[in-house]
Design a binder for this molecule. Structure first.
Ligand SMILES: Nc1ncnc2c1ncn2[C@@H]1O[C@H](COP(=O)(O)OP(=O)(O)OP(=O)(O)O)[C@@H](O)[C@H]1O
Ligand SMILES: [Mg+2]
Length: 321
């Protein structure tokens, strides 16, 4: 079975121009050769530090950013900007007009995409969407500022659902919310996935945020995916030094275990995506790098079914750190 979303060697480079007449001086390689598959009805969690290219990848998947190279196939067809692929953002206010009622904001995409015709049908759909995201019908007559962050995110989700999407890119959709509210929004997204068969690309900068919702997890570093695995394998058997460092940063609820937790602190800053290091891009910060890592780009090592790591030391990592 082919995956609903197939990303093949995707590159998104932003030219650096240093002034009006000086022309281009190289490029920021925000996404630099990423391949991923997301099966229909599943969630791929995408994790990595700030600036590694997660949002750029997400924007390419919704067709907001044009790739420099590679391709994105949706259901086997090259991606075009399409209502079937929607995005939800960290700050839903940014996509809501403060002077429009919630009802009008939700009805707008229904009307623009001609998904219902006639006032009564659009009205009915508006209430159906409010029900779907767990907002009271009275919300329709109110304005965005009258709602809490979590409720506003529900409005953002309703607005995305109004387009009747098959795929939703959730870009740090819960990162700004309190932990208890995060859990509610994640539960809502999971419920919607089960009811509507949605496929998610779920972006976060820490692994903890992905633990509940993901089926697979891809770890990204400096424009590349460095490890991809079923969720269980990433949390119990990470095989890239960078994934191990990310995992070691998650607090453990059990105080006894938490006391024993060894954080792997990475030295140095993230290198510039305009001038990535040779060999493995992570070698400048990797605690277990060897000579080969500095000169040769790591090949994919297959660890298990659906588990691959781009690390020269993947197979011996358990003994090293
Ligand atoms: N439109 C743009 N023009 C130029 N550079 C860009 C543009 N968008 C992103 N970048 C650069 O591309 C790199 C990746 O950015 P991106 O926003 O995709 O990272 P991210 O992983 O989403 O980070 P964060 O966790 O902070 O959201 C960064 O160096 C960023 O400065
Ligand atoms: Mg981002």
């Amino acid at each position: 079975m082919t995956a609903l979303i197939q990303i093949r060697d995707l590159k998104v480079h932003f030219p650096i121009s240093t002034g009006l007449f000086s022309g281009s001086k190289g490029a920021i390689r925000a996404v630099d050769g990423v391949s991923l598959d997301i099966p229909k009805g599943q969630t791929l969690g995408l994790v990595g530090e700030s600036g590694c290219g997660k949002s750029t990848l997400g924007r390419a998947v919704v067709g907001l950013t044009r790739p420099t190279g590679g391709e994105i196939l949706i259901d086997g067809e090259p991606l075009v900007r399409d209502r079937r692929v929607q995005m939800i953002f960290q700050d839903p206010s940014a996509s809501l007009n403060p002077r429009m009622t919630i009802g009008a904001s939700i009805a707008e995409p229904v009307r623009l995409n001609k998904l219902r015709r006639g006032r009564a049908a659009i009205e009915a759909r508006k209430y159906e969407l409010l029900d779907l995201v767990g907002l009271p019908r009275s919300a329709a007559h109110r304005f965005p500022h009258e709602f809490s962050g979590g409720q506003r995110q529900r409005v953002g989700i309703a607005r995305a659902l109004a387009c009747e999407p098959e795929i939703i890119v959730c870009d740090e959709a819960v990162s700004a919310l309190d932990v208890s509210i995060q859990a509610q929004i994640v539960a809502l997204l999971e419920d919607l996935q089960a009811r509507l068969g949605l496929t998610y690309l779920f972006i976060a900068h820490d692994l903890g945020a992905l633990k509940h919702i993901s089926h697979q997890v891809a770890v990204m570093y400096l424009g590349r995916v460095v490890e991809i695995a079923a969720k269980k394998d990433i949390f119990t058997n990470p095989r890239h030094a960078y994934s191990r460092a990310l995992l070691s940063a998650i607090p453990v609820p059990d105080p006894a275990v938490e006391k024993q937790r060894q954080r792997i602190l990475l030295k140095g800053d993230i290198p510039s995506p305009a001038n990535p290091p040779s060999g493995c891009r992570f070698h400048t910060r990797c605690p277990v790098a060897i000579d080969r890592c500095r000169s040769e780009d790591p090949a994919w090592t297959k660890i298990a079914r659906n588990h691959e790591s781009a690390c020269w030391r993947a197979s011996e990592l358990s003994d090293l750190m």
